[in-house]
Design a protein around this ligand. Structure first.
Ligand SMILES: *Cc1c(COP(=O)(O)O)cnc(C)c1O
Length: 363
């Protein structure tokens, strides 16, 4: 008996290349796109190990937990690392990045996370890209939590390495990711003797054996299920329209923020322009207890306490992918109202505030 997930024919090189072109179109990029068959930490680590080496100096912007991971990889590569850390409830500014670059002219690599699903903030990449380009450093962006949810224009913004994953706003599986690579980045990788080669972490292997060969021969059997799922994500986004997908995420964020405030909860990210469309974080005492109560009231809602130490003070509403909908926002507010034992009528008021904010955003 055939099974929908099994008994699939092999994925051809041609189809693989056409999915890469779909990702390039999604990013409006003319750079080379490499699809990486693993969770997004694979290309992120591949970029850092290819771009950094003993003797390099990296500016690592830390606006959430992923920045700490990048700093550890950079140090592991022997790079000198300048960490620019800002409080996780704010965004970094282009002026702060410019100041750090001016203080250390040796900086030749900059790593930045665009939107942080874990903390709910988003950084002004266009303005930061301008100062990084002026300085001349290679610019790596983790756009896993921003792709689909907000504008993302690596070419216009001077991003040399733009990493995306399918599992957030794209509404896909976690087992596939991609990176766009500028000519400058390829040149830097090629002259780095420490860059991974003949390795699953190697981007140069894909450049030399796949891209330079005209995308005719894959390096190994492609992960069919993930590739087909990524193709389906791209098709679904194309059918809805990328601007409409992003607008839906912006509306979910605005609605969640307004509804939570009506319930008396404070947004974790104070300034609305620094709040990520992918997830709304709230300042809640004993957040893990509140999350557990909310999930007991409605196990379907995408609510979670913050990770690690944040579990005491922050609650996340993960309104991304298909969960970026007014229905899910309403359900989340209902579950939160139940968890907080909010007075009768408070849940209704929160839902009306959310509905108004949703409509205003999409107007
Ligand atoms: C979700 C996400 C990733 C992927 O990591 P997971 O641990 O699989 O969730 C990487 N970077 C950012 C900024 C993310 O939000």
């Amino acid at each position: 008996m055939t099974h929908p997930l099994l008994d699939l024919p092999p994925l051809t090189a041609e189809r693989f290349a056409s999915i890469e072109q779909g990702v390039a179109d999604l990013l409006s990029t003319r750079q080379d796109v490499v699809i990486t068959q693993g969770e997004a930490l694979l290309p992120l680590e591949g970029c850092i190990r290819s771009g950094a080496r003993p003797g390099s100096t990296a500016l690592n912007v830390v606006t959430g937990p992923y920045g700490t991971t990048f700093g550890n990889w950079l140090r592991d590569c022997g790079a000198t690392v300048v960490d620019l850390q800002v409080p996780f409830d704010t965004a970094v500014t282009a002026a702060q990045v410019a100041g750090a670059l001016a203080a250390d002219p040796e900086i030749d690599f900059v790593s930045l996370v665009h939107a942080e699903a874990a903390t709910g903030n988003t950084n002004p990449v266009a303005a930061i890209g301008e100062v990084v380009r002026e300085h001349g450093a290679l610019f790596m962006l983790d756009a896993v939590a921003s792709v689909g949810a907000e504008p993302l224009l690596p070419d216009a913004w001077g991003v040399d390495l733009c990493v995306i994953g399918a599992q957030k706003a794209m509404g896909g599986p976690a087992g596939v990711s991609a990176v766009s690579v500028s000519d400058r980045a390829w040149a830097r990788f090629a002259e780095n003797p420490a860059a991974p080669r003949r390795s699953y972490l190697s981007l140069l292997d894909w450049k030399e054996r796949w891209i330079d060969g005209g995308r005719k021969a894959l390096l190994h059997a492609p992960a069919q299920l993930e590739m087909l799922a990524l193709e389906a994500c791209l098709d679904r986004i194309a059918a809805e329209g990328l601007p409409a997908v992003a607008a839906r995420h912006a509306a979910a964020a605005a609605a969640t923020r307004a509804g939570a405030q009506a319930l008396g909860l404070a947004p974790y990210v104070g300034r609305v322009e620094e709040a990520a469309p992918v997830a709304t974080t709230l300042r809640v005492a004993e957040a893990s207890l509140v999350a557990a109560k909310a999930l007991a009231a409605d196990p379907s809602v995408p609510l979670a306490a913050g990770g690690g130490a944040l579990a005491r003070e922050m609650l996340r509403v993960n309104h991304y992918g298909p969960a970026a909908s007014l229905g899910v926002v309403r359900d989340c507010l209902g579950a939160l109202a139940a968890a907080l034992s909010a007075p009768a009528g408070a849940a209704d008021a929160a839902v009306s505030a959310a509905e108004s904010a949703w409509a205003d955003t999409l107007r």
